[in-house]
Design a protein around this ligand. Structure first.
Ligand code: TRP
Length: 362
């Protein structure tokens, strides 16, 4: 009777945006509420965020509670899920250190996520070693909790592959100890890497193309109204391209048939609206106004919950403290198993001294 355990996390480098929401948060909440899981851990990955923000600890510090509030406001329930802070779980770096011996530098160099991120960040030859090895530290995060399911975006698949390799290697050397994790991807393809409002890149804070969960109505309106659409759709009567159009991509993720009834009753559903756009005769302004209404309606309850937590920040602090205490309990138990499997638990191992004595006698 293997337990079903879910673990996932985010780097606290900023507030969470709708890309995080459709890419992972929404699914987490669904999974949390499915009742399928024996244990759930949601990690604020500050240690990992520091791997490429070493000079900028303030940014990370400032976003710990922001991310926690984003979690709570989308429906992560601290009664069901342990929200915790990575750096406050010392078993994690210790596991990381043992796992680092089980991977090669060339394997890390081949990790597509690392390759990609190195390029994005322009490290050139000054790659922080901690950044380079973060897939190993992420394996520690995952295995410390015996996670069976890790809901992530598709950019994290190489991380999960690397974690599986480390688990196999560990178990084959030291005996069955670690649990093999599986990635769980978003259901909807357009959710995997939600494109930014610029229509060019995936939504990312550094590119300024994000819609944040905590954006107020006015900010949301400005952002939606200036979104990139189809540059060849000049006149309303021109046929439009809905496929690569971020307005339609967002509508695919968020618009329900009820939204049509409420805000744009001339269409029954997105298929009808899309067909009209592609045929010609539907203007971008109208599409954007509808998208604004859909998102505003969607985000309003999230904003209200966030507002509650902003007014009750001590409550958030206590939730994190309790979640972190629970996380430490679990991770320490795994660390003990790992040290035992590696036979380096000298002071807990009653046979240790006898073994040594035997060897001295022979
Ligand atoms: N690397 C993940 C990201 O950038 C965050 C993360 C850290 C994570 N540790 C994790 C995700 C463990 C899943 C499991 O989004």
């Amino acid at each position: 009777m293997n337990k079903k355990i879910m673990l996932t996390g985010d780097r606290p480098t900023g507030r969470l945006h709708i890309g995080h929401y459709v890419g992972s948060l929404q699914r987490r909440v669904e999974l949390q509420n499915s009742g399928e899981f024996d244990e759930i851990y949601i990690m604020i990955a500050d240690t990992q965020a520091l791997t490429d923000n070493a000079e900028n600890p303030e940014k990370i510090r400032n976003n710990i509670l922001n991310v926690a509030m984003d979690y709570l406001s989308v429906g992560i329930d601290p009664k069901k899920s342990n929200i915790f802070v990575q750096s406050a779980v010392p078993a994690l770096p210790e596991l990381n250190l043992y796992y680092l011996n089980l991977v090669t530098v060339s394997r890390l160099q081949r990790n597509p996520t690392i390759k990609n991120e190195l390029q994005l960040r322009n490290f050139e030859t000054s790659i922080p070693a901690g950044f380079f090895t973060y897939p190993v530290s992420q394996t520690a995060d995952i295995t410390a909790f015996d996670a069976t399911i890790v809901p992530v975006g598709d950019d994290q698949l190489p991380m999960l592959e690397q974690a599986q390799e480390i688990v196999h290697k560990f178990n084959s050397i030291y005996g069955e100890t670690l649990v093999e994790p599986k990635a769980l991807l978003p259901k909807n393809e357009s959710s995997m890497r939600l494109v930014g409002t610029d229509g060019k890149n995936k939504m990312s804070k550094s590119l300024g193309n994000c819609i944040y969960l905590s954006d107020d109505s006015a900010t949301l309106k400005t952002k939606v109204m200036s979104m990139y659409t189809d540059p060849t759709h000049l006149k309303i009567t021109d046929p439009g391209n809905a496929k690569d159009n971020p307005v339609f991509i967002y509508l695919t993720c968020f618009a329900t048939d009820e939204d049509f009834e409420k805000f744009l009753p001339e269409y029954k559903n997105l298929d009808e609206m899309k067909a009209h756009y592609e045929r010609g005769g539907l203007g971008d302004m109208k599409c954007k106004k509808f998208l604004f209404n859909v998102l505003d309606n969607y985000l309003e309850p999230i904003r209200q919950r966030r507002h509650y937590y902003e007014e009750h920040i001590e409550e958030v602090y206590e939730i994190l403290k309790q979640g972190t205490a629970n996380a430490n309990k679990k991770a320490n138990a795994t660390l003990n198993k790992v040290r035992h499997a590696m036979k380096i638990d000298y002071f807990e191992d009653e046979a240790f001294l006898d073994d040594i004595k035997d060897k001295l006698d022979n």
